[in-house]
Design a protein around this ligand. Sequence first.
Ligand code: IDP
Ligand code: MG
Length: 150
Amino acid sequence: MIQKTYVMLKPDAIARRYIGKILTRFEDKGLKIVAMKLRMISEEIAKEHYGEHKDKPFFDGLIKYITSGPVLTMVIEGDEAISVVRKLSGATNPQEADFGTIRGDFGMDTGRNIIHSSDSPESASREINLFFDEDEIIDYSMSDESWIYE
Ligand code: IDP
Ligand code: MG
C-alpha cells in the first residue's frame, strides 16, 4: 500500500552536513519526497511531537536537542514507506543500529541519533499534520516509476 511518512533530519544531521548523504539514500531506494522544509521547531511543537515521551527522564534533553538548530522536515511517499523508512533509519540507539542504516552509519549516541521517522500509520498522519499544511504536500509522478514498481 502506498503510504506517506514523516521524516525529520535532526539538528546534528544538519550541523554535520549530512543532508545530501541522507537524502541520497532515500532517492536511491526509490522513495519519493513529496514535501520538504528546513525550519526551526518551537518548544511547544517539539513537546507536542514527542508527547508520548513526556514522563521519560530524557524528555527535557530531547526537547533541547531538537530545538537547538534547524531541522529538515519531510514527507516521504512509497509502497510501505513507513516501515521501509524506519528500516533505513535503523535502531534508536546508533551503537546498536545495523551498519548500512542511517543511524548505524552516522551516529554514536541515542541522544544524537540523526533522524526521526514515523513508527505507524497513526503517528505518520499525526506528525504530517503537525508539520505540514495539506497544500504543501505535492502529488506528482516520476518518470522511472515503472522501473521501481512492477
Ligand atoms: P525512535 O526515534 O527510534 O522512534 P523513541 O523511543 O520513540 O525512538 O524515542 C524518541 C527519541 O527520543 C529518540 O529518537 C531519541 O532522539 C530520544 N531518546 C530516546 N531514548 C533516549 C535515551 O535513552 N536518551 C536520550 N535520548 C533518547
Ligand atoms: Mg518513536
